[in-house]
Design a protein around this ligand. Structure first.
Ligand code: FAD
Ligand code: EPU
Length: 336
């Protein structure tokens, strides 16, 4: 719980940008968090998990608080469901592996997403046809100003596509300290999204299982997403934009190749990676800032890019997608 001054955050976030925090401390319990918040010099606390959804554009002039609250326990069960509670500092993929080992279904499609369990509700993490909300039960969060613990049900979290109350109404208000997930004893397989079926066929498994789906998802992710241990990135930099069906139909008439998925209510989700690729950005590099060569939605730091350079590149991408398609992209990554 030691408080450090002017510490580099390069190794604490997956973009690997060399910026400094004025103050930095890790906490392993709510009591330690409370003690840090009582420090007289404490200001602008920023809760940090695995740092895999952040872009720092400048030094952080405040206190970065790294959540290291651990713990992973089954806290309840019935005939259908098993409730697993994790400390917010637990690694997300380690939790997924725990579920697979114990034959608990629901998290397998979310395999290999970097980061912490505590951040999983922040943007309602999602991949391959499943979102966090599908296995979420409740969470406990500490109000940084009121200094009290508050429980949030699924409804309280107001989950949406890469959204929750913690990214909007309560942005910066809470430190999520633990999350309870509701896993199923009986699996419901989700294999229709993207290349899962194709990959499962290639793997030629004797029977379908949550472990097989997890491995298929891992294989697909490894084939197109850059490994942050090698190339700095924060996954998809932008969200896939949602438009109304009429706008999409008009666009499709002009540009037949455009990729969109119906999401009901006369709304369509467009593949932002495709739009960005069509604007010629895929594989683009200027200095050490670039657009990934296998997934145009992912911006990368090849080594010594600054946060400003990555941000400026994102501005240019936004402008060109708007100019070519009239579509406004929204950043998914949290800009600090
Ligand atoms: P951080 O980056 O540390 O924090 C993210 C935000 O949450 C910050 O605003 C931070 O202040 C806040 N925060 C973190 N922890 C807490 C807490 N305990 N309490 C309150 N606030 C908190 N995301 C997906 O949804 N789907 C994907 O498929 C996916 N793939 C990715 C692939 C790669 C290669 C990478 C690098 C990222 C990917 N991401 C994906 C994004 C990222 O992994 C997730 O958003 C993840 O949940 C972030 O967790 P984190 O602990 O690293 O959060
Ligand atoms: N595409 C292109 N060019 C590209 C990238 C994608 O044409 O450069 C096309 C693909 O061919 C495909 C479509 O776009 O037809 C969708 O691509 P993909 O399946 O790779 O997924 P995505 O929509 O680009 C989303 C999430 C990812 C998540 C995957 C899998 C968002 C913003 N991103 O990406 O999440 O892992 O689906 O479910 O919703 C993240 O949030 O950080 C993240 C990586």
């Amino acid at each position: 719980m030691q408080l450090q001054n002017n510490i580099s955050l390069k190794n604490f976030h997956t973009f690997g940008i060399d910026i400094a925090a004025r103050q930095f401390a890790a906490f392993k319990s709510v009591t330690e968090l409370e003690e840090l918040l009582h420090l007289p010099q404490m200001h602008q606390p920023l809760i940090l998990g695995g740092g895999s959804n952040l872009l720092f554009t400048r030094d952080y002039d405040g206190l970065v608080l790294k959540n290291e609250i651990m713990g992973l326990n089954i806290i309840g069960q019935d005939e259908q469901f098993v409730y697993v509670n994790t400390g917010a500092g637990e690694n997300w993929h380690a939790f997924v592996l725990y579920c697979l080992e114990h034959d608990l279904a629901g998290a397998e499609n979310l395999s290999l997403i970097p980061g912490s369990c505590g951040a999983s509700p922040m943007q309602n993490i999602g991949a391959y046809g499943v979102e966090l909300k599908d296995i979420f039960h409740e969470l406990e969060a500490y109000h940084l100003q009121d200094r009290k613990l508050v429980k949030f049900s699924k409804e309280d979290c107001a989950f949406g596509y890469r959204e929750s109350v913690f990214k909007n109404k309560y942005k910066g208000h809470f430190a999520i300290v633990s999350v309870t997930y509701k896993l199923s004893r009986q699996p419901v397989f989700h294999t229709s999204y993207g290349a899962i079926e194709q990959e499962l066929e290639r793997m030629n498994l004797p029977a379908l299982s949550i472990q097989g789906i997890s491995q298929a998802v891992i294989n697909i992710r490894r084939s197109k997403l850059p490994d942050p241990a090698i190339t700095g990135n924060a996954g998809s930099f932008f969200k896939n934009p949602e438009t109304d069906k009429q706008f999409y139909d008009d666009l499709k008439e002009k540009i037949p190749g455009i990729i969109g998925y119906s999401i009901g209510n006369d709304r369509v989700k467009l593949a932002a990676g495709w739009l960005i690729e069509q604007c010629g950005w895929k594989g683009y590099r200027q200095g050490d800032a670039g657009c990934h060569s296998k997934q145009a939605l992912v911006l990368v730091n090849y080594g010594n890019a600054t946060g400003r350079e990555i941000y400026d590149l994102s501005e240019r991408i936004l402008a060109s997608v708007y100019e070519k398609f009239g579509v406004v992209l929204e950043r998914e990554v949290n800009i600090i």
